[in-house]
Structure formats: C-alpha cells, structure tokens
Design a protein around this ligand. Structure first.
Ligand code: ADP
Ligand code: ZN
Length: 736
C-alpha cells in the first residue's frame, strides 16, 4: 500500500518541548531534550511525571517562561510511528470545542498503552528439510514432535505442548541435534486486505449514477469536503458507498467507516466481505486487548485498509486516510454523553478536513444540521430516490386512538388488530414497534398509590418480567418484585401500569394464538451474534410476528414483512426537547421503512392520540422534506441550533443544597452580553441519578458568538466546592 510520508513538524533538536500526557486533568508539560536526542512533533516519548514514567506525545514548542533548570528531561523516544498532524489537530480541536482537557482526548487516542511497546518477536520451531541428521537418537517423544512438525509450518512452544504433548527439553534437544530450527515470528501480522478490484453488485442506473459521482469525489487528488448520501430506506446506500470505499482503496488510502451501533453490524460485515473478499478490521470497546493492540499498530503502520467501528475509532492513528463514512449520520448514538462529551459525526467532519479526505454522511433521514449545511452549499449531496427492486415506499396511515374503542390494559387497537389478522392470514409477517423495554414502565400500589422507584435515581423501576425483577434504566439498580406493597404492606396490591414490549407480546399472543412471536429488545438479545441469528430466523420465516424496541428500527431487511404497527407513536414527543420532533420522525420513518421491501407493498399503521401533530402529518404524507423545512423554520425563528448555539451545564453532587447553591452561584457569575442568554439553574428533569442531584443551566447564544472562551472564563471562576461536579455539554442532545 502506498503511504504518504508521515506528516510531522520539523525536528526539534536539543532544547525544550511541550509534551502532552494522556491524563484527564493535564495540559502539556515542558521537558528538556537531552543532548544527543532529537525529537519531532508527534513522536511518542517517555517522560517522568511525579514519581512515575508515562508515555506522551511531543506536542509543540515549550513555553519560554519556565526556567529550564527546573525542567526534567525526556526519558526516551518510543519506537512507534509518530502521531500524524491531522490526529493531533483533531485532538486539539475537539478538546477546545468540547471544553475538555486535551489529555483526556489523548487518552482516547492512546487507548491501548501497550501498543507503544516494541513488538516482541515470538520464537517458533520448524522441522528442517529432510534428511534427518546422521546418528540422530530417536525417542518416542522426538518422533511425536517430528510428526507434529511434518507440515513444515513453524509452531510456537505452547502449540507444540498441546499438539505433540512434548516439553521444551525435547524441542531443545532436537534443535541441538539439528533436526529442528528456531524461527522468529513477527507478531505484526497485517489485517486482511480487502480487494477493491472484485466486482460489486450490479448497480441500477440511479445507483450507478450516484456511485460514479462518489467515486469521482474520492478519487480526485487532494479531494476533501463533505457529501451527504441521501437515499430512501432500501435504496442501496450501502452498496453505493462500497464503491466510494473501493475508489479510496484503489488510491492506496485507508478508510474509516463509523456505524452507530456495533451490536447491529454482523450483517454489514458479511456484506462487506462479500463485496471485497475479506473482512474489514473491527474496532470497538469490547474487542480483546491483544486484538486492540494489533489493530492500533496496524492502523498506525498504514496497514489496516478499512476499519469499521464505533465512535472511538475516530481517534485511531490512521496514516493515510482517504475516506471517512458515517452511516446513519443522524443517529443519536454518535453522541457520547459521558467523559468527553462529543458528537462523533461532527468530529468526523473535523478529522476529514484535517486529513484532507472526503467525508460521506449516509442517511435516509439526515439530521437537520446536515440538511442545513447542504442547503448552504457547505456540503454536497447525492440522492437515491427509489428503493431497490420493485418495492415502493410503505404507505403510512394514522390510527386515531381517540376514536378507537380500546379495552382496558390493551394496547393493540381494533384497527391494528384486524390489519394484522389479515396480513397474517395472507402468510405475511407483521411487526409491532414499541420503544419501551421490559413489561411495564411503572409498578403501582392500588391500595396506597405507592410507586416503585429507584433508591438512587428520580426514576421509576421498570418491571422486567422475563428477568423476574424490577430494574432502573439509569443506574442499573435491580431488585425482586415484592409480593406486598413496601409502603402500606397490602398484599396483592401491586399492579403494572402501561406497556413495554414484554407486555405487548403477552397481548399479541392472546390475540393471535397461532402466530409465532419473536421478541427483539436489548434485554432479550445479548450480543451481535444473537441478533444476527434471530434476524436470519425471521428472514427464513420461522416467525410471523415480530415485537421490538428501536433495535428493530435500524437498517434490517425483512423481505416478508408487509405490515408495521407503531404502538405508541407519541412516546418520543413527550418532554418536548429540542430534537424530540426530529428524532421521532427519524425513528418512526425508519420503522415504517421496514415494511414492504420485497415484492409486496408495505403498510404502516401509526397509533397516535395526536394525528394532527406535524410529525404524524409528515409521516402519513411521506413528506420528509416538508417536515425538515418546517422544523428548520421553527429552529431559525427560535435561534436554536444550527441557527444559534446551545450549551448545557449540569451541576451535580450528593448534597442537594450544595448543588443548588453551586447552580445559583454560576448563574450570578454568568457572562452578560448581547446575544447571549443563560437560563436556569433548574432541577434537571432527571433530578437524581446514581445518588447525585442534578441542576441544569442552559446557555443560548447567537451563532456569531464563540461560546467556548466565554464558558472557559466563566467556569474557571466557578469553585467546585462540596463535591459538586460541573459538566459542560456543547450542542446537547439529551435534555434530561
Ligand atoms: P439502504 O442502506 O439504503 O437502506 P441497502 O444498501 O441496505 O439500502 O440495500 C437494501 C437491500 O437491497 C439490501 O438487501 C441490499 O443487498 C439490496 N440491494 C440494494 N442494491 C442492490 C443491487 N444493486 N443489487 C443487489 N441487491 C441490492
Ligand atoms: Zn437508578
């Protein structure tokens, strides 16, 4: 693979440098460069820090202000490819934008510290070519070893122990006798290389037009910029962006693909392997440490041609990025809410710009931010307007729940029941979507009204009948469902209120006793393989009725599914945060898109108490663009993102009074400036999580105001007293 030269700064000779260390509270520290050592920007070095030695990155010039005699010296330079300038710039930018310490970002980029240790070559043993040395004394053990090595492949000592049942002394004996030779194995086996020359799927005319445009965008030297691949569900966006990947690989460049949910990637990986004849490298937090180390080093050497991963893959040390793809770019899963609070979609824009490569954002329901950027001409766009095959778009209609005669403790309306009955009788599959895990969101005492709630959070405990317990979805607290009310002691008085998917499947089983029901939720399906298995069984028609949470909404292909019923379409509109309407529309549109992918037309019935809500109207009319336009107008009028800036500040701590006081103190010290508004503090909707009380402030600013410097100056003055923690969330997605 052709590599660009590593872009590093000029070498810095003897003197002083600033080194960034991967610690969350640190900026850079200055060190002297001992005589004889020369370091360059981006190099990994060992430096003394306090009483220990840590690995860091040479970040830039040292500050002149510090007396050199007080500085300590760099220990040594590590034998690893230097961090490229584009990654360093991305780290610096992200730190400044999210108001996080750069060291916290560096820690994400150095997530496998042992990757910096020089590779240890492993010794293996191979049989020397025949004939055996003269006078070799044969024993039974030696015979077993020679037979085990007969295929000529070098084997490691532990493989020999297991395979031939002989110990190291036998091996050493045969080495000494000249029958076996030690071989040094590199542990740096490069990942498989996808073959871009293989033929992909035969594209339709409109797919080919789109693919040709993407290929040209990726192939142009020095091409960078952002392109939206905007295609209706089932239009073949994946097939089309595979062609862009092929074009980047043809130029010898590396490709990064971000997927919002690694649990759902098995099918994607299979399609990739079918297309390119080899799997991509997979990066996420659950892969083993040795695998992470190997992949990190391979990426840094420029040898991992395609990496697919979760958001943290953005900070891998790519040598020669040629393309980044963000699939389902609108997905809220790209927002990391803990530690460094960032949106991977936005950082991908920055990394692509710094690396000088193309960024592709793919979605059937692009985020409003992206649509606005396309409208302003900042992003290009390539559209796929038709579904692949003969399938047309599913027709969506509302079930007006105000008009339905609904039995108590029943959530399937008569209209939906009869439509489902008909589809099942025709031998088709039906999907019921309810975005609520468990059996019931609330357990209540009929006698005294007591509500079962979490001891650590201001939240109700969710009844999980299959797991036979009550569970908090915020802190993970779980307890057995008590027999008697813990408040008044009444027996048999606790009742489940409201439906979750488990309860819905109970009702469905009673309504359609002949239907084979599959339940799809993160509680019932553990891990990517389990999801993949169930999806295969659904495609093989082992099930008639699928009941699921948002896990079913995303990207799956259900060829025999013709009816989708959305149980509580209004659910996502509750709370009314900034993106509630947008998110609801995206989710419901995706769910409806599951129906009618193959030869049969699909239908979606949406149960709502508010059929005139703009989200419902747009869904029914299939008017995505109209909906986005209306949302855009509303956001513009309100000065909300992307037309204004927003930051949330969450003050939290164990003592309510300290939290409230810290919030008030912040508000008193708030910057006063035209075009800037600080709202709050107010108790957060989720006022207690994991035993910590939470108060929120919201900063709203005109888009021409850079809020980071203002926030930095403001929060620097904020004393973090009484165990109070202050967390900043720029461009918040969660308003809880
Ligand atoms: P999207 O990501 O736009 O929803 P996909 O790329 O997942 O669409 O394609 C939807 C389905 O149609 C997939 O099963 C895919 O394999 C199939 N498909 C799309 N385009 C083609 C094509 N040109 N040839 C064969 N199958 C295709
Ligand atoms: Zn809890």
């Amino acid at each position: 693979m052709a590599l660009d030269p590593v872009r590093t700064g000029p070498r810095i000779g003897a003197g002083r440098v600033a080194v960034l260390v991967p610690l969350p509270l640190a900026g850079t520290y200055d060190y002297t460069v001992p005589p004889g050592l020369s370091v360059a920007h981006g190099q990994f070095v060992l430096v003394p820090l306090g009483g220990r030695t840590v690995a860091g990155v040479v970040w830039g010039a040292a500050e002149d202000a510090i007396d050199p005699s007080r500085l300590r010296a760099i220990d040594s330079v590590l034998d690893a490819p230097p961090m490229t300038r584009d990654l360093r710039e991305t780290i610096a930018w992200t730190a400044a934008y999210t108001l996080s310490p750069p060291g916290a970002l560096l820690r994400m980029a150095m997530s496998v510290p042992e990757a910096l240790d020089p590779p240890r070559p492993e010794t293996a043993y191979a049989r020397r070519p025949e004939p055996l040395p003269d006078g070799l004394r044969m024993t039974e053990a030696r015979g077993r070893l020679l037979r085990f090595l007969a295929d000529g492949e070098p084997k490691r000592m532990r493989e020999i122990g297991g395979g031939a049942g002989v110990g190291p002394s036998v091996v050493r004996g045969l080495v000494a006798a000249g029958a076996v030779a030690p071989v040094s194995l590199s542990s740096e086996t490069p990942p498989p290389v996808p073959d871009w020359r293989r033929r992909g799927a035969t594209l339709t005319t409109s797919q080919e037009t789109a693919a040709a445009r993407l290929r040209a965008l990726v192939a142009a030297p020095g091409a960078h910029g952002v392109t939206l691949l905007d295609g209706v569900t089932g239009s073949g966006k994946t097939e089309v962006y595979f062609e862009a990947i092929a074009a980047a690989l043809a130029r010898g460049r590396q490709v990064l693909v971000l997927l919002p949910e690694i649990a759902l990637t098995v099918d994607w990986l299979r399609r990739f392997s079918d297309r390119f004849g080899a799997p991509p490298a997979l990066w996420h937090s659950d892969i083993s440490r040795p695998a992470r180390r190997a992949l990190w080093r391979a990426v840094a050497r420029g040898e991992a041609p395609v990496v697919v991963g979760a958001r943290s893959a953005l900070f891998l040390p790519f040598r020669s990025l040629g393309l980044i793809v963000v699939d389902e770019e609108h997905d809220a899963g790209y927002k990391q809410e803990e530690g460094v609070v960032y949106n991977a979609r936005d950082i991908a824009v920055v990394r692509a710009r710094n690396a000088g490569c193309r960024l592709l954002l793919s979605s059937a329901t692009p985020s409003l931010e992206t649509v606005v950027n396309v409208g302003r001409g900042r992003y290009g766009s390539v559209r796929l307007a038709e579904r692949f095959g003969s399938a047309g778009a599913a027709s969506v209609s509302a079930v007006d729940m105000r008009a339905e005669a609904q039995a108590p403790r029943s959530w399937l309306s008569p209209s939906l029941r009869s439509a489902a009955r008909q589809a099942l009788d025709e031998g088709r599959q039906v999907l019921f979507f309810l975005n609520r895990r468990g059996y019931a969101p609330l357990t209540l005492c009929r006698g005294c009204g007591h509500r079962m709630s979490c001891p650590n959070c201001a939240a109700w405990l969710v009844d999980h009948r299959l797991a036979e317990r009550l569970q908090c979805h915020h802190c993970g607290h779980r307890e057995a469902r008590p027999a008697d009310c813990p408040q008044c002691g009444a027996t048999d008085s606790l009742v489940a209120c409201g439906p979750g998917v488990e309860r819905l499947s109970e009702e469905a089983a009673a309504a359609f006793p002949d239907a084979r029901i599959a339940l799809m939720s993160s509680d019932t399906l553990r891990g990517p393989q389990a999801i993949d298995r169930l999806l295969a069984e659904i495609r093989a028609r082992d099930y008639d009725l699928i009941i699921g949470t948002q896990l079913v909404a995303k990207g799956h292909d259900f060829p025999h599914l013709t009816l989708v019923g959305v149980i509580d379409a209004d659910l996502g509109l509750e709370g009314g945060d900034l993106r509630a309407a947008e998110r609801s529309f995206q989710l419901l549109h995706q769910v409806a898109g599951r129906a009618g992918r193959a030869a049969f037309p699909g239908r979606a019935l949406v149960q709502t108490y508010d059929p005139d809500h703009p989200v419902m109207r747009a869904l029914i009319a299939g008017d995505r663009d109209g909906f986005v336009a209306a949302e855009t107008r509303a956001r513009r009028a309100a000065g909300m993102p992307p037309f204004g800036r927003l930051a949330a500040i969450v003050v939290s701590g164990r003592r309510l009074e300290a939290v409230a006081e810290a919030g008030r103190a912040l508000a008193r010290a708030a910057p006063r400036q035209e075009g800037l508004l600080v709202l709050g503090p107010a108790p957060a909707p989720l006022a207690l999580v994991r035993g910590r009380h939470r108060h929120r402030l919201l900063v709203k600013a005109r888009s021409d105001i850079r809020i980071q410097p203002l926030l930095t100056a403001w929060l620097r003055e904020a004393p973090a007293r009484g165990g109070v923690r202050i967390q900043v969330d720029i461009d918040p997605y969660s308003f809880l």
